[in-house]
Design a protein. Structure first.
Lengths: 114, 116
């Protein structure tokens, strides 16, 4: 079964609103989680590294004030897309390491901004 | 720094034919290598991984891959394609042992089509 769960799987929102996506490790603790973004027919691009109890580390070109990441517990990281616009429409995927050298991925969250 | 190159953005094979998806990597440290499959509008599913030890790695659904250090390659193969294998395949490289705090670097993906 899934060891990393994302919610929601699908979300449609109006332009200017904020959307929160959750990423949970179900049966292990993850001090580090990663958030990726995937545009249609493209690969996964790392957005940020989420660290439990500290600030996230963002990749170059990713607006930290627009993509707010909170890793408040060892099993939960959240990504909030603030003031979403149509160009933010994408597939967002999180992953977490189970300390076995393997990353487990969530099911992904499809965001559509109208 | 690490990088992954997947040769061929789209591969088409007949049902029952050999599947070969190519992946070359670059890494300054001994790499961990992964192949993931993604079906439309879904997340990633791990097919197989190479960390250390045996260089021929067997995964799920009959797939296997061989780590060739001299060629910096990790090509994915399956002897006989099935219609259900049609999907997007991603090769990825990680930082190796104790790399829990480093993300994977993905190739651009190869879309596999299987023709009946």
């Amino acid at each position: 079964g899934a060891v990393v769960s994302q919610h929601p799987s699908w979300v449609i929102c109006k332009s200017g609103t904020s959307v929160k996506i959750e990423c949970r490790s179900l049966d292990f603790q993850a001090t580090t989680m990663f958030w990726y973004r995937q545009f249609p027919k493209q690969s996964l691009m790392l957005m940020a590294t989420s660290n439990e109890g500290s600030k996230a580390t963002y990749e170059q070109g990713v607006e930290k004030d627009k993509f707010l990441i909170n890793h408040a517990s060892l099993t939960l990281s959240t990504l909030t897309v603030t003031s979403a616009h149509p160009e933010d429409s994408s597939f967002y995927i999180c992953s977490a390491n189970k300390n076995t050298g393997e990353l487990f991925f969530g099911e992904g969250s499809r965001l559509t901004v109208l | 720094a690490q990088s992954v190159t997947q040769l061929g953005s789209h591969v088409s094979v007949s049902e029952g034919a050999l599947v070969l998806l190519r992946c070359n990597y670059s890494s300054s440290v001994p790499p961990y290598l992964f192949w993931y499959v993604q079906y439309p509008n879904q997340g990633l599913q791990l097919l197989l991984k190479y960390t250390t030890g045996a260089t021929l790695v067997k995964g799920i659904n009959g797939f296997e891959a061989e780590f060739k250090k001299s060629e910096t390659s990790f090509h994915l193969t399956k002897p006989s394609a099935h219609m259900s294998d049609a999907a997007e395949y991603f090769c990825a490289v990680g930082g190796g042992f104790n790399s829990g705090n480093t993300p994977l670097v993905f190739g651009k993906g190869t879309r596999l089509s299987v023709i009946a």
